[in-house]
Design a protein around this ligand. Sequence first.
Ligand code: IMP
Ligand code: MG
Length: 177
Amino acid sequence: MKTLLSAEEVREGVARLAGDISRDYVGRSLTIVGVLTGSIVLLADLIRLLDLPLRVGLVQAHSYRGPSTVRGALSVNADLMPEIADRHVLLVDDIFDTGHTLHELVSQLDELQPASIRSAVLLEKQERREVSLRPDYVAFEIPNKFVVGYGLDYNDQFRNLPYVAALDDDEVAGKGE
Ligand code: IMP
Ligand code: MG
């Protein structure tokens, strides 16, 4: 695999996100909702850089199964979600690929009547978007490569890497769609 973003570059990108989010949410009742499992590293770093009163919730969504990188059906588990009615919600995920995950989560959470709902991601893949939604905060645009590290996994491995690396094509089964 090849390093795409060093730990230092990731740190700078997360600091940029935090700066933009802090500015936009001054004086508002913010609830940050991390999308399990890929968002855990970003979530932990991001919330410590936000100088705002906030609550943290979690929602589980997964679409990738086993050693394939092809997107499967999305399953959502909202049992760990706090009350979000009348609160400003920011969904945090590792990556915006086709966008189906965040699109589906935004429409499900919207039914709980938050005051507003936006999304923030570390990475957005260029030219992969299949939905009308765009993430509101993006730290890095990346090429269409399967990436791991900083929370992102391949077959549940590599989430602990402190940098983001792209797998070589011969390292992944069924890359892309
Ligand atoms: P989407 O629904 O196609 O936008 O996919 C979003 C989800 O797919 C993310 O939350 C990730 O869990 C996973 N995903 C998409 N691309 C990658 C990748 O390159 N590496 C690891 N996981 C990915
Ligand atoms: Mg994920």
